[in-house]
Design a protein around this ligand. Structure first.
Ligand code: MN
Length: 228
């Protein structure tokens, strides 16, 4: 078979403690998955369910790499999130079985054109360009579950220029990782290489050119990203 052009290289994420790479397939994201964030977003936690959306796989950005301030926004936001890396094909898996499909965990930042997202949301329209733009998914190295286990607790935090803006615990997630994998695996066939950004706690806010975002989840890793 002859391709009409050379396909783009597969995006990858480094795996901690090895010289190996995790080839990225799709990036799934969960919105509205921490009660305090649902409230700050102006929604009633009793009436809302976590929502799923996607970013392109090639939106990943390695730890320490600058991101550009994107076009078409005047309100560019950070969102610190626990990321799950899928290691096995998963279709209609139960919550009880879901951890068997996890390769590892990372720290991610779900960068967002917030003004665009809110305008699209108000109109009931898809919010893809507010979430799935180029370089919108900074991510730390992936830590294998075989090394760190399956974290259920741990401080999750993000600071901008040294000021802590988000500070919570991953035990505050409304849907845990097993429930997310089970639900997503009924909507899509999850494949090795898929990443799942599992939602952000409260404290979301803007960054401007030059700002330094430092973030982390205890027991997993840290992630540093500057806006250029
Ligand atoms: Mn998010």
């Amino acid at each position: 078979m002859t391709m009409i052009f050379e396909p783009k290289a597969t995006p990858t994420v480094d795996i901690a403690g090895t010289d190996k790479k995790f080839p990225v397939n799709r990036i799934y994201c969960v919105g509205l998955n921490y009660v305090d964030h649902v409230r700050e977003f102006g929604e009633d936690p009793a009436k809302i369910k976590p929502v799923y959306f996607m970013k392109p796989g090639d939106a990943v950005v390695a730890n320490g790499v600058d991101v550009p301030y994107p076009s078409h926004t005047k309100n560019f936001h950070y969102e610190i999130e626990l990321v799950v890396a899928i290691g096995k094909r998963a279709s209609f898996v139960s919550e009880a079985d879901a951890e068997n499909y996890i390769y590892g965990y990372a720290v991610g930042n779900d960068l967002t054109r917030r003004d665009m997202q809110l305008a699209l949301k108000d109109k009931g329209m898809p919010w893809d360009p507010s979430k799935g733009f180029d370089m919108s998914a900074p991510i730390s190295t992936i830590h294998q579950a075989s090394a760190i286990g399956h974290p259920k607790h741990g401080r999750i935090w993000l600071s901008v220029n040294g000021d802590v803006k988000q500070d919570s615990d991953i035990d505050q997630m409304i849907s845990g990782t097993a429930k997310i994998i089970s639900e997503l695996s009924e909507l899509y066939t999850l494949e090795p290489g898929d990443l799942i950004f599992t939602g952000t706690p409260s404290g979301i806010g803007p960054v401007v050119s030059g700002d330094l975002m430092e973030a982390g989840i205890d027991g997993i890793d840290t992630l540093t990203t500057r806006v250029r």
